[in-house]
Design a protein around this ligand. Structure first.
Ligand code: F6P
Ligand code: MN
Length: 322
């Protein structure tokens, strides 16, 4: 099996970006270890603090954020970072070439039940002419990402990453401590009979989503003429990983549960990196109004509607909005 650096060189990834990716992966190996030892090390449960999103932080959220932030900032490769757990961006090396946005531990509600969690990251080029403390540097669409990926802390610690030359799977080999390529050019099946949505929000969805999901549930007796299965891991990393492995439609639609917050998932460190991975694997990543990676961000923590996965199924869903 191929090691990470030769696999990246095969895709003509520049050496400085390879170095940054290796730095990020050093942080994920440390997080993977801490996650596996959390019960033993007093790292379960919540802190007493809220993050900028108004969510109570878990102890592991904080540990993962500090590890990732410190290792990446110390490397000198980045001009600034932004994180789900930081109020605003954090300045790094003024001549650093890259910007990294990340969700240090996605799926926080799974931490205490020893279920799937992961780290999501997205890399952009840093504008040369802007101050490293200016968060406006991050206002770049998903189409400008030079790399995106996640590390899933599951039964195997897996890296799923793209630099724009396909989406590849790697597994952390603990015998030598590095990630090995296990699947080059993953393809999301075009058709699917599986969907992922938090059904408990049904009464808050907009009419098009209500109608679409009703038709899926009606199965072979409804207009779709086939049965659908449902899965919900409650960690985007887990649900998107399943979609990349065997297809499916994943959505967190706009809802009216909390009128001040019509969308749940964050553009910069959840929707954009996952969109890059899904599109590079032949899937679609949309809102009901257009492509996610076309969105020009207005703020670091902005939220967005997400409908992504198998191409034909995403298109089928979008016809309900027309
Ligand atoms: O980070 C937000 C997140 O935890 C995603 O990983 C996941 O897909 C979603 O929220 C779960 O939402 P809910 O709590 O509604 O199931
Ligand atoms: Mn998250």
């Amino acid at each position: 099996m191929q090691r990470l650096s030769p696999a990246l060189r095969q895709d003509n990834v520049p050496e400085d970006l390879i170095s940054l990716i290796k730095t990020i992966l050093a942080a994920t190996k440390e997080i993977s270890f801490r996650v596996s030892q959390a019960h033993l090390g007093g790292l379960m449960g919540s802190t007493l603090d809220e993050n900028i999103q108004g969510e109570i932080q878990k102890k592991l959220d904080v540990v993962a954020n500090e590890l990732f932030k410190d290792i990446v900032l110390e490397s000198g490769f980045v001009k600034a970072i932004s994180s789900e757990e930081e109020d605003t961006s954090v300045a790094g090396n003024p001549v650093g070439k890259y910007l990294v946005s990340f969700d240090p531990l996605d799926g926080s509600s799974n931490i205490d039940i020893n279920s799937l969690i992961g780290t999501i990251f997205s890399i952009h080029k840093a504008p040369e002419d802007m101050d490293p403390s200016n968060p406006d540097m991050f206002k770049q669409s998903g189409d400008h990402q030079v790399c995106a990926g996640y590390v899933l802390y599951g039964p195997a610690t897996m890296l799923v990453m793209t630099t724009g030359k396909g989406t590849h799977f790697y597994v952390l080999d603990r015998t030598h401590g590095g990630y090995l390529l296990v699947h080059r050019n993953v393809q999301v099946p075009t058709d699917t009979q599986e969907f992922a949505i938090n059904m408990s929000n049904q009464r808050f969805w907009q009419e098009p989503m209500k109608n679409y999901i009703k038709d899926l549930i009606d199965g072979d007796t409804g207009p779709r003429g086939k049965n659908f299965n449902m899965r919900w891991i409650a960690a985007m990393v887990g649900d998107i990983h399943r979609v990349l492995c065997r297809g499916g439609l994943f959505t967190y639609p706009t809802d009216s549960k909390n009128p001040e917050q019509p969308n749940k998932l964050r553009l910069m460190y959840e929707a954009n990196p996952m969109s890059f991975l899904i599109e590079q694997a032949g899937g679609l990543a949309m809102t009901s109004k257009g492509r996610i990676m076309d969105i020009e961000p207005t703020s670091i923590h902005q939220r967005v509607e997400v409908i992504m996965g198998s191409k034909n199924e995403v298109e089928a869903c979008l016809t309900y909005y027309k």
